[in-house]
Write a protein of this length. Sequence first.
Length: 410
Amino acid sequence: MSKGMPTPISMQPSGLVVPPHPTIPYIIGDGSGPDIWRASRPVIDAAVRAAYADSRSIDWIEALAGQKAYDTVGTWLPEETMQAFRDYLVGIKGPLTTPVGGGIRSLNVALRQGLDLYCCVRPVRYFPGLETPVKHPELVDMVVFRENTEDIYAGIEFSADSAEAGVLRDWLSTTFPERAAKIRFPQTSGFGIKPVSREGTERLVRAAIQYAIDHQLPSVTLVHKGNIMKFTEGAFRDWGYALAEREFGAVPCGKGPWRKLPCGIIIKDCICDAFLQEILLHPAEHSVVATLNLNGDYCSDALAAQVGGIGISPGANINYRTGHAVFEATHGTAPNLANQNRVNPSSFLLSAQMMLSYIGWNEAADALLRGMQAALAAHQVTADLAALIPGASALSTSDYAEALIAHILS
């Protein structure tokens, strides 16, 4: 709970305004979430303490979601939780359960939609010492900007046996008979609608290009399936190039539709299936990736596998206009590891490192990252990472956290 008067982060025209002791809401998460949170909180606090002594600290306040929320207040995502993330601007969460094929709506998607967190930002990098399935994982160093609010994740679906699907089938047959004829088995087909807008595309691509400029990265790759879905994914590509020209001064650079910014950054595009080959064959040729929701889901997880898995892959959901951001572990709840003190908290901790950087506490972010790098170099890791490091022995979740704190404070 908050200690005394809450002190929220705010968004001003000049950017985020962060008080010395900001109140930050957290969601513990389901399954292995409680184990992760118990281990991670003292590590994050140690990184802040190492960087700033007592002059800065985080005032943590719990927000309920998932199974704990349902058991406590009878709803999976209370309005009080949504309001807390609105009010305090920046928060962090553990993994949340979403049943497959029915039941509750995805809580992760609900948070992203409700707060309009249109950018899912997934940096992917290699940590020396890990054995991975590829020969040169060190060449993988990308940041994926995944559109977070549109595409099939908008949730516009109709089950095959629903009245709504029948209405849609009849309307298509009457209004667009030639297109309706392409549906092979109409009476047993479910339907999904895939919205992709110019506004949604532009704000994502704008954020990706600005990130490349701010971090002096060489390229932005627009990943799409526009050769098949011409008016959604193809439009995403075209709108992205047009924005680069209109707002960033991009000009043709002699490679088809590719464009170059005045600062030298290349804006290019790649069909999604070809891109999944590219990240294996030529990973060093891509730095920032801007893509739609489903493509981003596939690509970011595939990239994570190249550097050691989603157990060390962080993520953030950000609205760069309002400043709202929710940082999260990118893996699932791992209920088989719940309450066993065996789960790897690295994804959550690296997401916290992103959060510290986002609020401008770069010294604390660097301290946390150095601690993790030192632990990996010393082969002090949890079981999943021990399997990727020759000669490493597995630590419990709590012992791993203690090792990280010792490296951070050393």
